[in-house]
Ligand binder design. Structure first.
Ligand code: PGA
Length: 260
């Protein structure tokens, strides 16, 4: 069975004190959540990863970066490399988020290079893809996903499917309060899994967790992650509130226990 992952993408929110406070409170709240197959991740800003890791020490909650450089080292002012993240024992990094694609003009080729850099340093990429509203309304959703998948995976080899996570995040649902229906999301996830099956074979396609992202919250989490191909969520706004985030972790536990 695939792991269910509940991941909070904090974006540019929470300072040092808020990060430490949230992480230690979360650790306390989830102390009795030890179910195998559930992964809980928070992604603070780069600079706060050590504070988050320190507050989470002794728990199974993991920290993720929100991005990484495609370069290993050198004259790249402002960048943070995969070896630097590895030296902090950071186990995940989000790449290709639509806000990076939109505001920093990140291409599939750049995302691909970041994915390779992370894999080379044994950090699990959480690779984001998803269509805009115009693309969905023009009936181009699958063509967009296909071109993002083939671009971001160009020349990438995987061995188990557990070393990378995909997040399907329809751009029109991010931060808008508009969630994809569970049917729309399941359809996109099934398309992605089928693409993985053709590209990497069935074992990798079946092992890989594919998260949904875009206005996920306690009220819609259960229905979304109960879908056969939705293996958790990458949650922005609702991950900033500890009650909502802990609630969604508990939803992950109950969906796992039901054994979907
Ligand atoms: P949202 O963001 O949950 O606030 O829509 C999700 C994301 O951007 O990862």
């Amino acid at each position: 069975m695939r792991d269910i992952i509940i991941a909070g993408n904090w974006k540019m929110n929470k300072d040092a004190g808020e990060t430490a406070q949230f992480c230690s409170a979360l650790k306390g709240r989830l102390a009795d959540v030890t179910i195998p197959g559930l992964r809980v991740i928070v992604a603070p800003a780069f600079v706060l990863l050590p504070a988050a890791k320190q507050a989470l020490a002794g728990s199974r909650i993991e920290a993720s970066a929100q991005d990484v450089s495609s370069q290993a080292k050198g004259a790249f002012t402002g960048e943070v490399s995969a070896p630097m993240l590895a030296s902090l024992q950071v186990s995940y990094a989000i790449v290709g988020h639509s806000e990076r694609r939109q505001y920093h003009a990140e291409s599939n080729e750049l995302v691909r290079n970041k994915v390779q850099m992370l894999l080379d340093h044994r950090i699990i990429p959480i690779m984001c893809i998803g269509e805009t509203l115009d693309q969905r309304e023009a009936g181009e959703t699958e063509a967009v996903l296909e071109s993002q998948l083939s671009g971001c995976f160009d020349g990438i080899e995987l061995s188990t499917g557990k070393e990378l996570v995909i997040a399907y995040e329809p751009v029109w649902a991010i931060g808008t309060g508009k969630t994809a229906t569970s049917e729309q999301a399941q359809q996109a996830h099934a398309f992605i899994r089928n693409w993985l099956n053709n590209r990497f074979g069935s074992q990798i396609a079946q092992n890989m967790s594919i998260l949904y992202g875009g206005s996920m919250k306690p009220g819609n989490c259960e229905e979304l992650i109960s879908q056969p191909d939705i293996d958790g969520g990458l949650i922005g706004g609702a991950s900033l509130k500890i009650d909502d985030f802990a609630d969604m972790v508990h939803t992950g536990v109950s969906v796992l226990k039901k054994g979907k």
